[in-house]
Design a protein around this ligand. Sequence first.
Ligand code: MG
Ligand code: MG
Ligand code: MG
Length: 308
Amino acid sequence: MENILIFGHKNPDTDSIVSAIVLEKMERAMGVNNVKACRIGKINKETKYALEYFNVQEPEYIEEIEEGQYVMLVDHNGFDQSVKGIEKAEILKVIDHHNVAESFKTDSPLEYIAMPFGCNSTILADMCRQNNIPVDKEMAGLMLSAIISDTLLFKSPTCTSADEEVAKELAKIAEVDVKKYGLDMLKAGTDLSEFSPSELINIDSKTYSTNGVKYQVAQVNTASIEDVLKDKAEIESAMESFIKENSEDLFVFLITDIIENDSQIIVSGSRKDIVEKAFGVKLEDNMACLIGVVSRKKQVVPVIDKNI
Ligand code: MG
Ligand code: MG
Ligand code: MG
């Protein structure tokens, strides 16, 4: 069989990068050697911090795949969020912790592993345990980083007891203090200073299609919402350009305060009404504050979907 590419979603977060790297190692440990971890977008600052801390190389970037390419997907399944050309690929395996998207489809049977954990790396760590695959310090450190990232240091409502238990075990192997390391890593990701508004809305941005409505939800983490809002006008025009270029109906940009665990939203597009209805808010200046909302997956996307 040709090389099998393993990758997470577009605009990759720490979990998408880590899951690809770790699954490659797991496959090799189980005797599948023609696998290669890749990424389909730029590494963010938080992920960079984790990779440098544990001295692990960035996976190689791929822009597009060819027809018939064998792939394994991690941390996503929807084709909206995947690599260019995914429709024509042979998907051998999916390991994911999201709902199955409308846009996911295969012609051939496949191995599909899904668990409702807060982090995809929790599934992988669990699989290592079940299959007696040794977890070294680097793997442990990376998976721990992904769990901290996806659960915002266990504070997100997506966090499960499995995530916390696995993280505790991984921290021992990785030899880090979870709180100290976790805060340092999350803070590295809140340095937004050098991003242009159009980059800012693309750091962690996902596309969804529900009942004919195509929409975008992007998120940034910060310790100061005000700081980000200084560029509100520019951010909004970047959102509007994005919607135009990609023929979308709605764009929700979440600015999440990782200390207070609330999010400010900026909303653009012709279907802003969906957001007002979904969250029971009146947008002022295209903005609203969503108290206690930190999770796109659990607190934003399902609420929007229900109101389309
Ligand atoms: Mg992810
Ligand atoms: Mg994830
Ligand atoms: Mg995330």
